[in-house]
Ligand binder design. Sequence first.
Ligand code: 8ID
Ligand code: ZN
Ligand code: ZN
Length: 350
Amino acid sequence: EIPKEQWAQVIDKTGGEITYKKIPVGKPGPDEVLVNIKYSGVCHTDLHAWQGDWPLATKMPLVGGHEGAGVVVARGELVKDVEIGDHVGVKWLNGSCLACDFCQESDEPLCPKAQLSGYTVDGTFQQYCIGKAAHVARIPKDLPLDAIAPVLCAGITVYKGLKESGAKPGQWVAIVGAGGGLGSLAQQYAKAMGLRIIGIDTGDEKKELCLNSLGSEKFVDFAKSSNVVKDVQAATPDGLGPHAVLLVAVSEKPFQQAAEYVRPRGTVVCIGLPAGAYLKAPIFESVVKMISIKGSYVGNRKDSAEAIDFFARGLINAPFQTVGLSELNMVYDKMRKGAIAGRYVLDTSK
Ligand code: 8ID
Ligand code: ZN
Ligand code: ZN
């Protein structure tokens, strides 16, 4: 039975107080489903949205969150291929037009009418969330909904980014921001894809995690290193640097360094979205090393299904800690300080 009211984390203005309170449960439109969110990951994007870091306005008032795993409890009359009781994920891409050039080519994140969970529509920091049926991720019923939650943004995004990097099995990839949410999953996907990994982040806790359980063979501590560029290149056997770089850090500096240490013919994939930041690369080295620099933005429905399938096959086992939905403020405090190794997942029942 669907209640009339539910617990949610709500903001009324950018950077304003986050209030844990009861709000009405929404009704799904004809092409939508209502999902009883059991667990939601907390992505750094949610913090950017709250802080107003990006040149794109959010809806207000706003319920954040876009890594929501739960159970379908209601559906609109046009929905035929999702059943009540199915396990699904509400992703960053809540919906898209399905008709534009980009949607037709399965580049739906690029849809000019894309609806974004926890940004332009209410997201998963609530007990009942609405998603477009076409876009909710299908989750097999035997998978744990807490552990799968971070896959729904972090997992999909890094899996897509690794595909976009063009790195082949046996080649080296540097993961910049390796100890965070996206970075920890990136190592797991990279390892499963047969890549060799250099983790870049800071602190002994993240170093241990990367080297001992996530799959990095080498680790560079960006805060301790006196020359990150040299150290990253030295981490590859021939000293010529990694074939690909996945940038998932939330600061500008590493985006400036990547072109310097990437291998000739290598690819730099930008994923992290630090506020107000610019990309800068030396033209000389970019030209004579024939470097590619590109962006990568979440993934399409097929990427999502594949990322979940890696998890279903037992290849993805990234660290997460679970706390109540009511503790979102604490999670944001830690995230702002870079003090989270892995991901926090919120249990919406407390
Ligand atoms: O589709 C996309 N492109 C997409 C999808 C999802 C998330 C982009 N993102 C963006 C988020 O908006 C955010 O800007 O990816 C970024 C990373 O998200 P996250 O993994 O959720 O953030 P986190 O858990 O806070 O991890 C960030 C890590 O970066 C490290 C920190 O120590 C932390 O572990 N880091 C920083 I800050 N500076 C670094 C540096 N110079 C660094 N690591 C290496 N070198
Ligand atoms: Zn995200
Ligand atoms: Zn479209």
